[in-house]
Structures are given as structure tokens and as C-alpha cells.
Design a protein around this ligand. Structure first.
Ligand code: AMP
Length: 113
């Protein structure tokens, strides 16, 4: 996707603060962190959102969640964390490349705004 910010990060055209990478996924620090740990996890292949990802290869969907868990473990979020998948305009999605926010390092309130 030519115009996708996260595809440009995958292609290393835009730098990121990388946390973890494998052949299919990349985890990097959010540029505007909302918690002491705020990491974004993305598939390297472009999918607009979680609904599009889950229509594809199911092993990629399960791999995505495994990679999220590996990221949380690497970040030592032993006391817990939150995974957020903002989806569509009502969900507050601002980047149209599916990404999981992994938030932790402090007690998180509920409900979200
Ligand atoms: P969302 O609003 O759920 O689509 O989340 C998009 C996230 O991407 C926001 O939390 C932004 O702070 C983050 N973001 C935008 N540009 C960058 C960037 N260049 N590097 C890291 N995170 C970014």
C-alpha cells in the first residue's frame, strides 16, 4: 500500500522504535504513548482492520495474537496489560493498517472514553 504509514514503517522508509520482529509481524513503540508501555503490533502485510485480517489466513490471525503475547512478555507486563484494536471511525482508528495497541506498566481505568 503506497500511502500507508505503517507499510512505510515495515519497508523502513519511515523509522520506528522497534521492539520485536519476525517474518510476519512487527512491534514498535507508539510515537504518542498513553502508558509507560505502549507498543503497536502490526502484520507486515497490509490489512485495513481486524475484520479484514480475520477474513484471510487464519494462521496469520492466531500468529498475530501470539506475537502480541510475546511482545507483552518481552516488555515484562507480568501484572497485566490491555490490548486495544481500534476499528473504524466509531472505534477511533486513525491509521488504516490493522494494529493492536499493547498498553501496560500502570493500572488502567475502565471504561475507556
Ligand atoms: P489508532 O488511533 O488506533 O489508529 O492508532 C494509531 C496510533 O499510531 C496512534 O496511537 C499514534 O500515536 C500512532 N502513530 C502514528 N504515527 C506513528 C509513528 N510514526 N510511529 C509510531 N506510532 C505512530
Amino acid at each position: 500500500m503506497n500511502d500507508c504509514l505503517f507499510c512505510k514503517i515495515v519497508a523502513k522508509e519511515i523509522p520506528c522504535n522497534e521492539v520485536l520482529e519476525n517474518d510476519d509481524f512487527l512491534a514498535f513503540r507508539d510515537i504518542d504513548p498513553q502508558a509507560p508501555v505502549h507498543v503497536l503490533v502490526i502484520p507486515k502485510k497490509h490489512f485495513e482492520d481486524i475484520t479484514e485480517l480475520t477474513q484471510g489466513d487464519s494462521s496469520l490471525t492466531s500468529g498475530f495474537m501470539e506475537f502480541v503475547s510475546q511482545t507483552a512478555k518481552l516488555e515484562k507486563l507480568d501484572k497485566g496489560f490491555r490490548i486495544v484494536l481500534n476499528t473504524g471511525p466509531d472505534g477511533g482508528q486513525s491509521v488504516q493498517h490493522v494494529h493492536a495497541h499493547v498498553l501496560g506498566g500502570r493500572g488502567l481505568t475502565w471504561p475507556p472514553g
